[in-house]
Design a protein around this ligand. Structure first.
Ligand SMILES: [Fe+2]
Ligand SMILES: [Fe+2]
Length: 255
């Protein structure tokens, strides 16, 4: 029987698989950290800027944590293939703010901020779900339990912050525009997540010498998850509700 638990356990127990997993995670976190750092520098809303800076600082910290997990096992990060680079693939499809835009020094417009928040709303949903899954599998693991619990709590905070800020913009009359961007972002995200999952699983299959039937079952599982998302699961990424945690990024990141 293949379960998420047995799958992650197998990846965790193999140095090459663990190295690939942590390298992919670290790269995504680093990219998120850089994007948020640039957005914080370019946003004109002085209430929002420190929250975005905190968001970026958290993602940078997550990148350092995944690299530290590698070093603890005496491993070096490996290059991430383009097909497994979730954040880059989204950016290439025009989802979120383009890196070319973020490298310029012009202040962000209101629309740019809305696009940033909608992109974060969708991708932080994914991050929060993934980290909750890792907490279920590894929450009590002595080697990585503390790290995954900490990152999971941060991703929940990021998601809460996105809900809160988008609801604020919605109340200011931007509701239809937000919904439009959220839907477009979610459609691209579920497709990209499927493609990246297939690419990562193919690499893991080679490293862990999975049988053809095992690889086929996993690929089918990924396609069925996509189908579920396509048929309505995506709505969980576009809904907006007042979060249980208020002002989740209101404090600067702890040093
Ligand atoms: Fe993160
Ligand atoms: Fe995050």
């Amino acid at each position: 029987m293949i379960s998420a638990r047995s799958l992650f356990q197998e990846i965790h127990d193999n140095d090459d698989a663990f190295r690939l997993f942590c390298s992919i995670a670290a790269k995504g976190e680093d990219q998120g950290g850089w994007e948020n750092g640039r957005i914080a520098a370019l946003v004109t809303d002085q209430e929002l800027a420190p929250k975005i800076a905190r968001h970026g600082a958290d993602e940078d910290k997550h990148g350092r944590i995944f690299n530290a997990l590698l070093h603890k096992r005496g491993l070096q990060p490996v290059g991430v293939p383009d097909s497994a680079d979730y954040t880059m693939l989204l950016e290439r499809q025009g989802i979120g703010l383009a890196h070319s835009r973020l490298r310029r020094e012009d202040p962000l417009t209101d629309h740019d901020v809305l696009v940033y928040l909608a992109h974060s709303r969708v991708t932080e949903q994914r991050a929060s779900e993934q980290m909750r899954l890792l907490v279920r599998v590894f929450g009590t693991n002595p080697e990585i339990g503390r790290a995954v619990r900490m990152i999971s709590a941060d991703e929940d905070n990021h998601l809460a912050y996105c809900h809160e800020e988008l609801l604020r913009l919605s109340a200011a009359g931007h509701g239809p525009e937000i919904l439009d961007v959220l839907r477009r972002t979610a459609r691209a995200e579920i497709r990209t997540y499927r493609d990246v999952s297939l690419a990562v699983m193919a690499q893991m299959g080679t490293i862990l010498r999975w049988s053809r039937p095992k690889s086929a079952v996993l690929a089918l599982g990924i396609q069925l998850t996509y189908l579920y998302d396509r048929l309505g699961g995506w709505r969980r990424m576009t809904s907006l509700r007042t979060p249980a945690i208020h002002n989740a990024l209101g404090e600067p990141a702890p040093a």
